[in-house]
Design a protein around this ligand. Structure first.
Ligand code: UDP
Length: 327
C-alpha cells in the first residue's frame, strides 16, 4: 500500500514508518522538521519537507505519490503549552488537519489514521478508561484532537472515508534505532534518563499531593513499538469499518515508581525534588485496551515498565545528543 505519513520524522511517527517499511509498505513522510528529525526517517521511506499549511506542496505530494492511506501524526502536542497558547492548538492543529483531509478526500483516499490522545479524558468516571468513557478534553490540545475525530465521523458518513482514531496514553521507550528527542524535552522518562546521563542535575516531581498511593501522578506507559504495531493492525482493519481505540498497557505507575525503576536500570542515583503541580495534569490516567485486543488481536510485546525504560535507556546511551541535529 502507498502510505503518506505526516509527522513521520517525529518520535512516534518515525517508529510507525520503520514498521511500515519493514512490513513492505511504500511510505512517503511529510514533515516540516519543526519537531522531527530527518535522521529519524527510515532510509527506505521518502522524506518530503513541507508544511501542512502549504497547500501547493501538499497537493503535489498527493498528485505524485497517490497515497492509498494517510497516517496523521504532525501536530503540536504539548498539553501545558496548549493551555497558554490555545490558538496554536485550536487553530493550527485543526486547520492543518482539515486541510490535509480536504486534499486526501479530493484525491480519493479512503483510509485515515489519526493520532489522538488520552487528554480526552479529563474527568474519568472509571479506571481503567475504556472507549465508553465520556469525552471531556483536558486542554485545547485534547480539544483539537477531538474536533478532528468529530470531523472524521462526518467524512466517514458523507464520503466513506474509513478512519481509526488511536487515543494514546503515555508513549515511551525506543526501537533499536529510533527514540525520543524533543526540544525542549518535557517528558518524564527522557528527562529522568537525562539526569542519569549527567545532562541534568535533577528531576522535579510535579506534585506529591494527588489522591494516589504515593501522592504522585499515575500514568499508563506504553512501549512505542507496541503502539506502532497497533497502527498497522488498525490500518489493515479499516476496510471493515472505522474505529476508535484507547491504547495503553492497562497498568499505572506513579512518577516516583518511574524514577525508582530508572534508578535500578541505570545504576545512577537520579536526584528528585518535589515541585508544584503542573497545570492540566489529572491524578490518574490508565487505559483499558480490551477493545483493540479483542477486535484486532493486539498484544503488547513489552508490557513491563522495566522493559520500556530499558529500551529508552539503551537508545539514550547510544544517542546522548539525540539525533544530534539541534544545539
Ligand atoms: N512529570 C514530572 N516531572 C517532569 C515531567 C513530568 O513529575 O519533569 C510528570 C507529569 O506531571 C505526569 C507524568 O510525569 O504526571 C508524565 O508526564 P509526561 O509529560 O511524560 O507525559 P503526559 O502525562 O503529560 O502525557
Amino acid at each position: 500500500m502507498r502510505i503518506l505519513v505526516t509527522g513521520g520524522a517525529g518520535y512516534i511517527g518515525s517508529i510507525v514508518v520503520e514498521q511500515l517499511v519493514e512490513a513492505g509498505e511504500k511510505v512517503v513522510v511529510f514533515d516540516n522538521l519543526s519537531q522531527g528529525h530527518a535522521a529519524a526517517v527510515h532510509p527506505e521511506a521518502q522524506l518530503v519537507i513541507g508544511d501542512l499549511a502549504d497547500r501547493t506542496v501538499l497537493d503535489s505530494v498527493f498528485a505524485d505519490f497517490k497515497p492509498e492511506a494517510v497516517m496523521h501524526f504532525a501536530s503540536r502536542t504539548l498539553v501545558g503549552e496548549s493551555m497558554e497558547k490555545p490558538f496554536h492548538y485550536l487553530g493550527d492543529n485543526v486547520i492543518s488537519g482539515l486541510s490535509l483531509l480536504e486534499v486526501a478526500v479530493q484525491y480519493g483516499v479512503r483510509r485515515f489514521i489519526l493520532s489522538s490522545t488520552a487528554n480526552l479524558f479529563d474527568r474519568p468516571q472509571r479506571i481503567p478508561i475504556d472507549e465508553n468513557e465520556q469525552v471531556v478534553p483536558g486542554s485545547p490540545y485534547g480539544e483539537s484532537k477531538y474536533i478532528l475525530e468529530r470531523i472524521l465521523t462526518w467524512l466517514d458518513r458523507l464520503v466513506g472515508l474509513r478512519f481509526a482514531a488511536l487515543r494514546y496514553f503515555n508513549a515511551a521507550g525506543a526501537s533499536a534505532e529510533r527514540g525520543e528527542d524533543h526540544h525542549p524535552e518535557l517528558h518524564l522518562i527522557p528527562l529522568v534518563l537525562g539526569v542519569a546521563l549527567g545532562k541534568r542535575e535533577k528531576v522535579t516531581i510535579f506534585g506529591d499531593d494527588y489522591p494516589t498511593p504515593d501522592g504522585t501522578c499515575v500514568r499508563d506507559y506504553i512501549h512505542v513499538v507496541d503502539l506502532a504495531q497497533a497502527h498497522i493492525l488498525a490500518l489493515y482493519a479499516l476496510d471493515r469499518g472505522s474505529r476508535v481505540y484507547n491504547l495503553g498497557n492497562g497498568q499505572g505507575f506513579s512518577v516516583k515508581e518511574v524514577i525508582e525503576v530508572a534508578r535500578q536500570i541505570t545504576g545512577q542515583p537520579i536526584p528528585a525534588v518535589i515541585g508544584p503541580r503542573r497545570l492540566g495534569d489529572p491524578a490518574i490516567l490508565v487505559a483499558s485496551s480490551e477493545k483493540i485486543r479483542r477486535e484486532l488481536g493486539w498484544q503488547p510485546r513489552y508490557p513491563h515498565l522495566h522493559e520500556i525504560i530499558e529500551s529508552a535507556w539503551r537508545w539514550h546511551k547510544t544517542h546522548p545528543n539525540g539525533y544530534g541535529d539541534r544545539p
